[in-house]
Design a protein around this ligand. Structure first.
Ligand code: AP5
Length: 593
């Protein structure tokens, strides 16, 4: 028996040292193999069958890591005519490789046995040997593929896809196998195999009255025959298979491995097993090549300062160029990914460059949405189902309304271009803020600028939502959770302390603020940046004799510096000198309060 350690590179991770604050590193958003998800909302009857579990992200060491092979499980599709031996080979593959076996025939049969809605729909089709409607089977398979065990152990898809539409649904969601195995068996043999097939309802084991008779009388007594295993129905199933096979095979022609299935089952398995080992090996090699490429790219860059892009300049000129926007999207993305990968579940991003600060001008919400899109697509790419939430109207009656900045935000999100690969609606869904917005299938939540409005507090809805989300990550982008007075000027004081305590419970994973003279937006004096898990970095903006501007680092801090600490750094004072902020640098106290 093969030892799984033989083909995995255990604990083989390349950890990369601390990233210089302004060095930009562009890892693929999906370093891990992605297993995309769907909008498949679980039928309660399926929950017991599929044992859905939530995403759990295990805490990892700090620092950016390039994952090697440890989490690179195999993804296998097995196809072939009815009775070509798919189920028989799957039993053996699962025993040896521990993949999660997903057989649409088995899933449908258990639905029929459970008398569920899906089972009742499927029964008639199955009994007559026809294909069950694509949408029913596709939703079932995608729901099953999105569960944790399939992501962790890898999967073995048996009997799916069985039509061009099914294959295309998977392609759209970028669900591709590593190998597509077709078992090839002559027609006349298939009919004999089906008619002689018997199933053990207790163990699920497949027998054949002649080829593989049961081991004991006890097993023999409980064997059952499938209702679709009559000669007539097998012929009809075979015909349907032949009508569809070409379209499916052409989808996977680059991954196709045809195997002669008309041989003893152990011989067939021997060939499949060598094939899987080879595929696994190729996968590992590819992965470690990618890992070393990334590592060498990383190792080179911090040392050679010419690669160091620093903080972008001309930040007061708006609209910002695409390059500047992308710099910040990427910076935020990396910090957020590191925090989530480290097991953080309540994190916030605060970024107030002019173009991303809707407090200055509401149209800038569009840029903020662009940032949200980058984050959402990246998490979706890593196989997570993302809920993007924008708070709805607050208050009641004549007092109902929503913060000006957020008006129309949801529509903007809906009309945005989310790509043509079906991410929106499948991996990414848009919702509001509140407990009932948390669906069982959601893996991660991105909350867009949740904020208190005059007289209305969002925190209760927010807290209910995070309670419902449990251990699933919630990322808040540019929150404004300070209490605001009602229009009458009255501040709600009941429970205020608890609300503020809750607001503070989100851990900063990214912060970027420009520093100005008090009460002005010009000139920019410097910037404060923090990208998880690194220290807060204070930069001073200087004008070079050539007229160009640049940012130089003044100091770093383990936690967010106070106005005094920033003043000291700007004035070149050492930290142990106790003093009060004064003069024109006093403004920084107000900026950071
Ligand atoms: P499903 O259960 O998937 O049926 P199938 O594809 O027709 O395949 P079988 O289960 O009949 O055969 P198998 O290839 O697994 O062979 P096995 O190992 O059992 O689907 C059933 C129905 O569900 C469909 O008709 C459809 O209605 C519906 N459905 C399923 N998926 C769907 C989808 N994606 N879309 C729409 N509808 C869907 O072996 C057969 C016999 O041969 C056994 O007795 C075995 O012991 C014997 N045998 C196996 N290997 C050997 C060997 N090497 N030598 C001699 N005998 C052997």
């Amino acid at each position: 028996m093969l030892n799984s350690a033989a083909f995995t590179c255990q604990n083989n991770r390349i950890s990369v040292p601390h990233i210089s604050s302004t060095y930009t590193f562009h890892p693929s958003s999906s370093l891990s193999s992605s297993l995309p998800l769907s909008q498949y909302h679980q039928n309660p009857s399926l929950v017991s069958v599929y044992k859905h579990t939530h995403l759990t992200i295990s805490p990892r060491n700090k620092g950016l890591k390039v994952r090697c092979s440890q989490n690179e499980p195999l993804k296998v599709m097995i196809s072939g005519a009815p009775a070509s031996g798919k189920g028989t080979q799957c039993e053996l593959i699962v025993q040896k490789y521990g993949l999660v076996h997903i057989s649409t025939g088995d899933l449908l049969r258990s639905e029929v046995a459970a008398g569920s809605e899906i089972g009742n729909q499927a029964k008639e089709y199955m009994n007559s040997g026809r294909l069950v409607p694509d949408e029913v089977v596709t939703a079932m398979v995608i729901g099953r593929l999105s569960q944790e065990d399939a992501k962790e152990k890898g999967w073995l898809l048996d009997g799916f896809p069985r039509s061009f539409a099914q294959a295309q649904s998977l392609e759209k969601m970028k669900i591709r196998p590593d190998v597509f195995i077709v078992l090839d068996v002559p027609d006349e043999i298939l009919i004999d195999r089906c008619v002689g097939r018997r199933l053990d309802p207790e163990t699920g084991k497949i027998y054949h009255i002649k080829n593989f008779p049961p081991e004991t009388e006890e097993v023999k007594a409980r064997l059952i025959t499938r209702p679709d295993d009559t000669e007539e129905k097998v012929k009809s199933r075979l015909q349907i298979y032949k009508q569809n096979v070409e379209a499916i095979v052409s989808t996977y022609s680059d991954l196709l491995k045809k195997i002669d299935g008309n041989r003893p089952k152990d011989v067939i398995f021997g060939e499949i097993s060598s094939l899987l080992l080879e595929v696994q090996k190729e996968k590992e090699t590819r992965k470690s090549e990618d890992a070393s490429k990334l590592a060498s790219q990383f190792n080179k860059s911090p040392a050679t300062k010419e690669n160091w892009r620093g903080i972008p300049t001309n930040l007061n000129n708006i609209p910002h160029s695409r390059e500047i926007r992308e710099y910040f999207y990427d910076d935020v993305l990396q910090a957020t990914q590191r925090a989530i990968n480290d097991g953080k579940i309540r994190v916030k991003v605060e970024i107030n460059i002019p173009e991303l600060n809707p407090e200055q001008d509401v149209y800038r919400i569009g840029t903020l949405m662009e940032l949200v899109r980058v984050l959402a697509l990246s998490f979706a790419d890593d196989g997570k189902r993302v809920k993007v939430s924008v708070q709805g109207s607050m208050g009641e009656g004549a007092l109902a309304g929503m913060p000006l900045q957020l008006a129309g935000t949801r529509q903007i999100l809906e009309y945005m271009d989310w790509g043509s690969d079906g991410a929106m609606g499948n991996f990414i869904n848009i919702g509001a803020i509140g407990a009932k917005e948390v669906d069982e299938v959601d893996d991660i939540f991105i909350l867009v600028a949740p904020q208190n409005a005059m007289g209305n507090c969002i925190i209760d809805d927010l807290r209910a939502m995070t309670d419902a989300a449990g251990s699933r990550p919630v990322i808040v982008i540019n929150p404004r959770l300070k209490d605001l007075p009602a229009s009458s000027g009255i501040m709600q004081t009941m429970g205020r302390e608890k609300r503020l305590e809750y607001a503070a419970s989100f851990e900063m994973c990214y912060q970027f603020r420009l520093l100005y003279y008090s009460g002005t937006q010009y000139p920019i004096m410097g910037a404060l940046r923090m990208a998880y898990p690194y220290r807060y970095e204070l930069f001073k903006r200087i004008n070079e004799p050539s007229g160009k501007e640049k940012y130089v680092i003044l100091s770093t801090f383990p936690s967010r510096p106070t106005g005094d600490e920033i003043n000291d750094a700007f004035e070149g004072r050492t930290r142990d000198q106790v003093k009060k902020a004064s003069g024109f640098w006093g403004f920084l106290n107000t900026i950071l309060s």
